[in-house]
Design a binder for this molecule. Structure first.
Ligand SMILES: Cc1cc2nc3c(=O)[nH]c(=O)nc-3n(C[C@H](O)[C@H](O)[C@H](O)COP(=O)(O)OP(=O)(O)OC[C@H]3O[C@@H](n4cnc5c(N)ncnc54)[C@H](O)[C@@H]3O)c2cc1C
Length: 390
């Protein structure tokens, strides 16, 4: 098992001093809430008005958090990660699609992404966000068991078809597909779509993974019942446990409409359920594919303990842990150096398309940015180490 992630040499080996200084600047910025607000507004304006600051954005925030503007650029990053035993989760990152044509285009982009990395062993997963290929209104109606009219029913079927086509591309390319979890008011529909996809495509191995947000009070039980269904019906369960990104939004909505918040009462309760989900997956790892998405050091250490406890191979192909590209490198690279399966989540796309995505991610992942201090400390430690070494 790993004891800590303090080895900054391992964590930042692939970064030049210049890259480290840029990262230092970004995380200093991220730690200042006012500057984040100003930066986000500038990014927003740059993308809305096509301001000519693409070069600056690309060489700073974009290069730090994204793989590139196209697959060719990503392949350089994928190879660099691969050399350090870190695999890639590749996603074409765009936002704000609303029409059926845009959903078709998004599905097409997902398929092209998957096809472009066929047979590249360093890419293990791709990602699909259902609200990127289906209408939010329809997902919400189905979640609330409202009857769809004929047009809506047809649109829902088109969304299911898009997901199926993406899954089939994943099977052909031999990479797995992680389906993101979203807000509770559309999630039941997503869960049903993903369960059906698992039923269909996970008969021989885990291709499709659902995401379980353990900040929800009901998700540990749902994970267990999903596993029972998978066992009874004879398919592998794909599980990506995360803590969950929409806590504030969920609580605000519950407050506004006067229902009990679906979110745990405190962080400790979320942490407990998260770690219990890891334990459950490891106990049943012969029938579950696990890809744990977390930047939490304790959970990462706990996962390595569980692997030891159950006498499993560190590189068991059913067990992955994942962090965002550009975040928590001390966790990713130290685990990978110890022989665990690690995958970095690598978004890509044209700068103007990826900016809205990065803005959303920074808003959703405020808790990760709150960790900017931890990132700063690690980078400073590494810069000091290099200085001392001359
Ligand atoms: C590879 C990857 C994929 C991801 N995919 C998704 C996804 O599909 N859907 C999604 O929703 N999120 C996703 N996330 C984001 C994730 O849900 C978390 O928001 C983020 O990773 C921070 O949690 P943590 O485990 O890294 O660590 P920590 O920093 O330890 O945990 C922070 C999290 O704990 C929870 N929390 C904080 N305070 C409280 C409180 N007072 N009460 C209850 N809970 C609290 C919140 O979920 C918060 O985000 C993904 C993250 C990664 C790394």
């Amino acid at each position: 098992m790993v004891e800590n992630f303090n080895n900054t040499k391992v964590a930042f080996d692939s970064k030049t001093e210049n890259e480290l200084r840029k990262a230092l600047f970004l995380f200093k910025l991220a730690g200042n809430k006012t500057l984040v607000k100003i930066g986000t507004t500038i990014l927003d304006m740059a993308s809305s008005f096509n301001l000519p600051i693409k070069g600056i954005i690309k060489s700073t925030i974009f290069n730090h958090f994204c793989g590139g503007e196209n697959i060719k650029e990503c392949k350089i990053v994928i190879e660099k990660l691969g050399k350090r035993n870190v695999k890639t989760i590749l996603q074409y990152a765009t936002e704000g699609k609303e029409t059926q044509t845009q959903f078709d285009d998004a599905a097409k982009k997902s398929i092209e992404t998957i096809e472009a990395v066929t047979n590249i062993d360093d890419v293990k997963f791709s990602v699909v966000k259902i609200s990127g290929i289906a209408s939010h209104d329809i997902l919400e109606k189905v979640t609330h068991q409202q009857t769809l009219n004929e047009t809506e029913q047809a649109q829902y079927q088109r969304a299911v078809n898009r997901l199926n086509t993406i899954c089939e591309a994943a099977i052909k390319a031999n990479i797995a597909l992680l389906v993101d979890a979203e807000e509770t008011w559309i999630q039941a529909c997503i869960d049903d779509m993903v369960m059906d996809a698992m039923r269909k495509y996970n008969k021989e191995k885990t291709i499709v993974y659902n995401t379980y947000q353990l900040y929800r009070t009901d998700r540990l039980a749902y994970l267990k019942s999903s596993f029972e269904t998978a066992k009874t019906e004879g398919f592998f369960l794909g599980c990506k446990p995360v803590r969950g990104a929409y806590m504030e939004m969920e609580r605000e909505r519950a407050n506004k409409f006067g229902y009990i918040s679906p979110i745990q009462k405190n962080k400790e309760a979320t942490d407990n359920d998260y770690n219990a989900a890891l334990a459950f997956c490891i106990e049943n790892i012969d029938k579950i594919g696990l890809c744990a998405g977390t930047h939490n050091e304790e959970s990462s250490i706990y996962l390595s303990e569980l692997i030891d406890l159950h006498k499993l191979n560190k590189a068991n192909p059913n067990i992955y842990i994942s962090q965002l590209y550009g975040m928590s490198d001390h966790i990713s690279f130290n685990l990978a150096a110890e022989g665990y399966n690690v995958a970095k989540f690598l978004p890509y796309g044209p700068v103007h398309e990826v900016i809205p995505y990065l803005i959303r991610r920074s808003e959703e992942n405020k808790s990760i940015l709150d960790d900017s201090n931890r990132e700063l400390v690690m980078i400073l430690k590494e810069l000091d180490r290099r200085k001392a070494k001359g």
